[in-house]
Design a binder for this molecule. Sequence first.
Ligand code: MSP
Length: 515
Amino acid sequence: MGVKKVYTIITRKTNWCIGQTRKFTTKLPEKPTYISTPIFYVNAKPHIGHLYSVVLADSIKRYHELKGHNVILSTGTDEHGLKIQQAASANRKSPQEFCDEDLFNRANISYSKFIRTTDERHKEAVQVFWDRLVAGQYIYKDVHEGWYSVSDEAFYPESQIRAFTDPSSGENYMVSIESEQRVVWMKEENYKFRLSILRDKILQWLEEKPSVIVPEFRVNEVKGWLESGLTDLSISRASSRVGWGISVPGDPEQTIYVWLDALINYLTVTGFPWSNDTRDTMLSNGWPADLHVVGKDILRFHALYWPAFLIAANIPLPRKILAHSHWTMGKQKMSKSRGNVVDPFQLLDLYGVDAMRYYLMRDGGIADDGDYSEDWIQERYRKELAGQLGNLLSRCTSATVNPSQHIPPKPAKSTSEDIILHQKLIELPDLIDQCYDEAQFRKALDLITNTLAEANKYISDNQPWILVKDPGQAELFDEERRWDAAKFGKGWPDQNNLSRHLGTLEKVLFPPLRK
Ligand code: MSP
């Protein structure tokens, strides 16, 4: 009684101490796989790009769930800062909330946590985090001046701005070269974070974990920023200018910089500050994050500032950051002023949730931008979803081909044509695994669609509606949905399982489009 067993475990690849052997007196808590999306500003209408970030994260989350992992997916809204404050005063009321939450619910996003930075729990987490930075002597007060973009909520150095003339009003002003957003000169006393002294540590992290940023070429971008030097970062604003936010502990005259506030959301959702503050509590709550999904425009905040803040607060760094590319329209950046924005709600109503999710994953960019086109939504719908997937399902399950509506037995013999298709089906799950490992989602869907096309061709060639009297020719229908069930031949009945019913198809999968 009372003697604890000593376990020795070689952890799995997905565990936090990869490949290490360690001894401990209690069982390791199971670390959930933790995937996050960015949190979204509430001052603008939900955008197709927002939906893309979230569908991407949800697709990866569901993939891990199919593998039987316990997964947390977090998303939410970024509700503080000057940008939101200005939107609020323009409307003479509290910030208008265009609700991304409604969009994500409409799009069937299976998030486990929805965080708002105005949550009381989050305020507490941010203030504890701030105190840790103070305790580590990473914060000092100084006069800060520079070019600030309210839209990006970021300061830019002189080398990253240029003059700009507004084509419609003729007004001259300065903009950020990277984001093309207007910048204004700002000068005031702020708290600063000693980012500059962390340069080597961030570099070391990138060298030691070369695949921490996906796609890999983006690592060079981050290294380039590091090589051009890091200056200390202003991490507060005078409350008289920016009152919409979380106050600096012990100094209500200053409001915490919105990006520091926003990044800490990733910890808040894991219950930070963790009770007992032990490594095991941290792990069982999900931290470190397994994956931050972000757009390429906010990589600097996630690959430089966030690791720096975490190193300073002595908290482990995230395991992976996936920086996706953007949606353009007519190869142009989407923007309200160009009038090339689309309403994701309307598209979901028109084409349905699954078709839109499919389109975003099929044509959305990871390394390169994806160009949005409604013609392509229709093309993908007609040719791939209705023409291949829907068609194959109805062909395999129709009462003409399979009058008993039961899963047919394993065929007694196979033709060479059968064997070729069988082999492709055997190989497919591993190929998809590889694509998900390499963030090649487009390729994964391409492989699946090509296989569907081959299966459809097989059916056309073999004409089961003619061979219907031979039930051995009918195709399978398997109700099992997990990854390990997605193996060729898995659902074939054996002696113990002779009469599995196909189930009932309530409606046609991907019916013809009305427009
Ligand atoms: N609030 C910050 C993120 C804080 S995370 C700690 C923010 N919000 S945002 O609402 O402006 O953007 C959220 C996400 O939408 C970003 O990942 C951004 O890349 C993505 N998109 C916005 N426009 C986009 C496209 N046109 N295409 C694809 N995604 C883009 O930044």
